[in-house]
Design a protein around this ligand. Structure first.
Ligand code: ZN
Length: 193
């Protein structure tokens, strides 16, 4: 987008496992312009519309280093240390700068519908990122927020939940994943025709 003209946030399609863009690494944002701002707003609207906790650019077909997170709507989760982090979070060029401890928990992903996988991750992370004003922010997160940050940063590196699951889970899910991938590939081939 070239002009500074604003449009209403658009709910985008969330791409599903088997879509090549999910495997692409994102490129760092060099300029936070109207296009990036619009993308962030679209991603927030899309995440909220799907009751998601986080969304990465790849999931709406983009390959810039932008992700959004909002853990405030998951009220069944216990209180987080990260409660003082203002939500929603728009993280541009995010980086994890430190981790502590381990924690295993079930995770889902909007790009892997109806699949929940138990994943071991760091219990606490320190992360830096640029906000929409281009200001560098540093946060410390535990609980759901820590998990969401690690999940979304994986997306920005082309990594999915299925890459982190146990060998046993991989076997038990292989049929379902193959089917999901095939359906996506067939659909992509159809639209390309
Ligand atoms: Zn995901």
């Amino acid at each position: 987008m070239k002009t500074a003209e604003r449009r209403t946030p658009v709910i985008r399609e969330v791409v599903v496992f088997g879509t090549p863009v999910l495997r692409e690494k994102s490129t760092p944002v060099t300029k936070i312009d109207a296009g990036i701002r619009q993308l962030a707003e679209d991603m927030l609207a899309t995440m909220w519309s799907r009751n998601g906790v986080g969304l990465a650019a790849q999931q709406v077909g983009e390959t810039v280093a932008v992700c959004v997170i909002d853990t405030t709507r998951k009220l069944d989760e216990p209180d987080q240390d990260g409660d003082d982090v203002p939500m929603p979070l728009v993280m541009i060029n995010p980086e994890i700068t430190g981790t502590t401890g381990k924690d295993t928990c079930e995770e889902g992903c909007l790009s892997l519908p109806e699949i929940y996988i138990s994943i071991s991750r760091a219990a606490e992370v320190k992360a830096t990122f640029l906000d929409l004003d281009g200001k560098k922010q540093t946060i410390r997160a535990t609980g759901l927020l820590s998990r969401a940050i690690q999940h979304e940063l994986d997306h920005l590196n082309g990594i999915l939940l299925v890459d982190r699951m146990s060998a046993i889970k991989r076997i038990s899910l292989s049929g379902k994943l193959k089917k999901m991938k095939k359906t996506t590939e067939d659909r992509l081939a159809d639209t390309a025709r």
